[in-house]
Design a protein around this ligand. Structure first.
Ligand code: ADP
Length: 975
């Protein structure tokens, strides 16, 4: 198990947040400043339970996780762990790259957990932001796609409508063309010819090219003016206008012909009811006109014939039944001029069978004087008896009666009216035709107006479509803008996250990657780099798993996911970089990937940190092993006291040394004190108490040697205990930890040495005393004889004897200390006097250094003056011994808090930090070049400490290697 000092050193060596927890309660054994920053804790939380130190994580699973690591030994690594931590009194969400590893002792038992954390909040938030932006982007894309689909449908509808419209207008054109009348439409505003069928064009005497041109351009000025006026009238009146029997000259077959037309000018309205154009329908009535003219002609002819006696005459002698036909009549009936004419044989027989009955009835009627007054007026057809020709005959006659009203004679005229009848029939036929035409026309008209309505509806639909299209386009523009903004935002996010982007168009085999991406491959920014180059600079070891990841992403089963870390070797700068690439492949309906794009991020630093961490952990392990082996080699026993909960831990070796029962934790520490040698109990209690009393300068240290009483099974033992108390920020002692070492053998060896020194010193003292006496006698005799030389030698020899005897006194003191025989003879005196005495002594003896004595106020103390002076002299002598010649030594004595503190400050070689705790130990000397030439036994400071501690004072040193040391002691001042 690592000592707390080692734990702290280890976590401090880590470049990332790290903490070591021990025991089932996860007591914080050590934590480095980075971890404290992560926890947002300023106070020293060492020794606290995890949940007491960071209560906010109670329900966040970390405690359970740590339990798991602690009990199962399983490591946990969570690269994006989320934690809610109190920062400035507020809970904040943070993300960490977390790892939890078990700590094992030499026996493989888990005694704690190492937790490391790297704050990846920023990175996680960036990648979350990135993901969000990506999602938004794909949403926009979908929206775009959807609106594209809508647009397409709208276009399809439009096209369909357009097709319908084209068909409709083709039908209309066809109908127009096949109409038996001249039809056309003139724009009522521009007076352009919209449509006109061949008949109308013919009527106007123009060709097809006239369509689309204004009337004034294609018709004579007279005609166009006439038509324009008519259209204006229709437009203004808003109803149809008619023109009958309008005479027109038209060119037919290269000759001019007079024609007659009936015109209808009909208004056509738009959706708002405005007259936008005028439809012209012109029906030729030349034939009717001509037929009428024919009848007229017949009448004229008849008249003329009458005048020219062109009648046929008949004369029937009713009584004698004799019929007379003149030549004209005979011609009409096709009867020879000489033939005797019979009523039945010639007249009745000559009648057209269809007309016979009617005609004969007309004769009978004429014979009825009362009925007709003898007037006979009938038209009938005659079948030419000679050639079978049929001709129409108008017969007019008069029956003459006798007084009895009996018909006597029947006289009349016949006239061939075939032409007239035909003309009339033609007229009638043409009237029927006209009627039919009219009906057809109105049907066409209806059809036309239906077409028109359809056209109108289509038009409206078109307008609506257009509006829709416009709004879709506007929406598209908006979406586009939105997309631009989002892309911009994405760019910013990418830039902030220092992320590069890449995009592979699989279909066209085109690659685009941005400057940052290029940089990540070690290309300079402006280089144009083809994709194939990219692979060259990938670390060869990573190639296979990158390939695997790409193949996986391009498989639809993976849903296109791509997330990988690999190394690149800079194309130009040869630098090794770690990249983290995330991306996504997109698939078409058939499941083949058509696009593959994503981002790349430089994670070299994180990777390096992780590597460093692994290395450090390895080192930790190594150190731990070293420590374990050292502990084992030295047979160290460990103690760990939880001062807050009063739980005491002693490891197996400790329990063995102290002969304690075999259990891990104890609720009471008195068992240890019971084992101590009765003479040492108080001293140990005091040392422990001192260590557990908060004092910034001593730092809670504990270093003591004491005895463990003999038992039935084991003899008395000497141990050295070294420890330290850990305090809270407020100075509350939390833990007391350290180790004990069995030094019985050392002690025995040392005791043997001290005993030897004691004996030797003792034995040396009496000859030395005698020697001193002889020297005094020699000195006296030399003085008497005025022997200067002998006198000098004797004085020098006396000085050497003095040095030797003080040395021997020192050794004897050491021996006495060991036996507890050093006597303190307390008397009141003034510290100022003591310093003064030291000053006058050093002025006489020290010439190599400048010793400055600072003024000392009257300071009464109750102490052994000789011994305190011995301490001060020792400090000053050491300062001289371990500082270069000519440097300054400062001596001061200042009272503070009822303690007088005496300091000796030199500008000498200083003491290495590692030696500082031991310079007051018996026989301890700092190793080094200088020490070889400086004599000493390492007992001066040891005696100093003994003397001061027996005065209930404190002794210490501050030193900087190469700059100098300040030795000090403190004893209480009396009032
Ligand atoms: P000694 O001087 O006889 O070796 P001390 O007990 O007086 O024994 O001192 C113990 C050790 O402490 C010395 O050997 C020396 O390494 C170191 N030391 C004592 N005083 C000083 C000082 N003023 N400057 C540097 N080192 C010192």
């Amino acid at each position: 198990m690592l000592s707390p000092y080692a734990q702290q050193t280890l976590v401090n060596a880590l470049p990332i947040g790290a903490a070591i927890f021990t025991g089932p309660e996860h007591l914080i054994g050590a934590v480095n400043p980075q971890m404290l920053a992560i926890w947002s804790k300023e106070a020293d939380v060492t020794g606290m339970k995890l949940l007491d130190a960071i209560p906010e994580i109670r329900d966040q699973g970390f405690f359970e996780l740590m339990n798991d690591v602690y009990t199962s030994g399983k490591e946990h690594h969570n690269p994006d762990g989320q934690a809610e931590l109190l920062v400035d009194g507020q809970l904040q969400t943070k993300y960490f790259d977390l790892s939890f590893k078990p700590l094992r002792d030499s026996a493989g038992r888990i005694y704690g957990v190492v937790n490391t954390a790297v704050d990846v909040t920023e990175r996680t938030l960036y990648s979350k932001q990135l993901q969000q932006v990506n999602e938004e982007l794909s949403a926009v894309n979908e929206e775009m796609e959807a609106s594209g689909e809508e647009l397409r449908t709208a276009y399809d509808q439009l096209e369909h409508t357009h097709d319908t419209l084209v068909i409709t207008s083709q039908i209309a054109e066809l109908l127009l063309e096949s109409a038996p009348v001249a039809v056309g439409v003139i724009d009522a505003v521009s007076f352009k010819i919209d449509t006109a069928n061949t008949k109308l064009l013919e009527l106007w005497g123009v060709d097809r090219q006239a369509i689309g041109k204004p009337l004034a351009e294609v018709l004579s000025s007279f005609e166009s003016e006439l038509l324009t006026n008519l259209i204006l009238k229709v437009r203004d009146a808003g109803h149809s206008l008619y023109g009958n029997d309008v005479k027109t000259m038209i060119e037919r077959g290269g000759a001019w012909a007079t024609t007659y037309y009936n015109f209808v000018y009909q208004p056509i309205r738009n959706g708002k009811g405005e007259v936008i154009s005028v439809q012209i329908v012109a029906n030729e009535v030349t034939d009717q006109r001509n037929a009428k003219a024919d009848v007229d002609a017949v009448l004229v002819q008849l008249h003329l014939a009458q005048k020219a006696a062109h009648f046929g005459v008949f004369d029937l002698d009713v009584v004698n039944d004799k019929l007379y036909w003149d030549e004209r009549t005979r011609k009409i009936f096709g009867v020879d001029p000489d033939k005797a004419i019979g009523y039945s044989s010639d007249f009745a027989e000559g009648l057209h069978p269809n007309d016979r009955e009617r005609t004969l009835q007309a004769v009978i009627d004429a014979y009825d004087q009362q009925l007709t007054g003898g007037v006979y007026d009938v038209e009938y057809r005659v079948v030419d008896a000679a050639n079978g020709n049929i001709c129409w005959v108008k017969a007019v006659g008069q029956v003459y009666f006798n007084s009895e009203a009996e018909p006597q004679r029947f006289v009349g005229t016949v006239v061939d009216i075939t032409g007239a009848v035909e003309a009339r029939q033609k007229l009638e036929a043409s009237e029927v035709q006209q009627q039919e035409l009219n009906e057809e026309l109105s049907a066409i008209n209806e059809e036309l107006s239906a077409v028109n309505e359809e056209y109108q509806a289509a038009n409206e639909e078109l307008t609506a479509m257009n509006d829709e299209l416009r709004s879709i386009q506007e929406e598209r523009t908006l979406l586009h803008r939105e997309l631009e903004i989002r892309e911009e935002r994405l760019r910013f996010a990418m830039k902030a996250a220092d992320v590069g982007t890449w995009d592979l168009d699989i279909v066209n085999n085109q690659v685009s990657w941005d400057e940052r991406c290029k940089e990540l491959y070690g290309f300079s920014k402006d280089d144009v780099v083809p994709y194939e180059q990219v692979l060259k600079y990938m670390h060869p070891d990573d190639m296979p798993h990158v390939n695997e990841a790409v193949m996986y992403a391009l498989d639809p089963a993976s849903n296109g996911a791509y997330d990988i870390e690999f190394r690149t070797i800079g194309a130009e700068d040869q630098r090794l970089r770690w990249l983290h690439c995330c991306g996504k492949a997109f698939f078409d309906d058939k499941g083949s990937a058509y696009r593959f794009s994503g981002i790349a991020q430089d994670i070299t630093v994180q990777k390096m940190q992780a590597d460093e961490l692994t290395l450090t952990l390895l080192k930790v392990k190594e150190k731990e092993e070293q420590l374990t082996s050292a502990k084992e080699a030295a047979q160290l026993g460990l103690f760990d006291w939880d001062l807050v909960n009063k739980v005491y831990n002693w490891d197996a070796r400790f329990r063995e040394i102290f002969n304690l029962p075999d259990q891990d934790t104890f609720q009471d520490n008195s068992v240890v004190f019971e084992r101590l040698h009765p003479d040492d109990v108080e001293r140990v209690r005091q040392a422990a108490k001192r260590s557990q009393t908060y004092d910034r300068s001593s730092g809670g240290s504990y270093d003591i040697q004491y005895r463990i009483s003999a038992t039935e099974h084991s003899p008395e033992r000497w141990v050295r205990a070294i420890g330290k108390t850990l305090f809270s920020e407020e100075g509350t002692p939390l833990r007391f930890i350290g180790s004990v070492l069995d030094i019985t053998e050392q002690k025995q060896e040392e005791q043997r040495r001290i005993d030897f020194i004691g004996i030797v010193s003792h034995e040396l003292r009496s000859p030395l005393t005698s020697l001193n006496g002889y020297l005094q006698m020699l000195e006296m005799s030399a003085k008497k004889n005025d022997d200067q030389f002998t006198n000098n030698v004797a004085a020098k020899a006396k000085r050497q004897v003095g040095k030797m005897s003080s040395m021997i006194t020192g050794f004897l003191d050491v021996a006495r200390v060991g036996e507890g025989k050093i006597n303190i003879d307390n008397k009141p005196f003034d510290m100022a006097d003591l310093v003064k005495a030291a000053e006058s002594e050093s002025l006489a003896t020290i010439t190599s250094h400048t010793v400055i004595y600072h003024p000392v106020e009257h300071t009464p103390v109750l102490a052994d003056q000789d011994k305190i002076e011995q301490v001060l002299i020792n400090f000053i002598n050491n300062a001289v011994k371990y500082s270069p010649q000519g440097t300054t030594i400062n001596v001061s004595a200042v009272t503070q808090n009822r303690q007088v503190r005496v300091c000796v400050k030199d500008e000498g070689m200083g003491i290495p930090a590692k030696d500082l705790p031991y310079v007051f130990d018996r026989f301890y000397r700092v190793d080094g070049e200088h020490m070889k030439t400086t004599k000493g036994f390492g007992i001066g400071l040891y005696l100093c400490r003994e003397i001061i501690e027996r005065h209930g004072g404190k002794i210490g040193v501050q030193s900087t290697l190469g700059e100098g040391s300040t030795f000090w002691f403190e004893i209480p001042v009396t009032h």
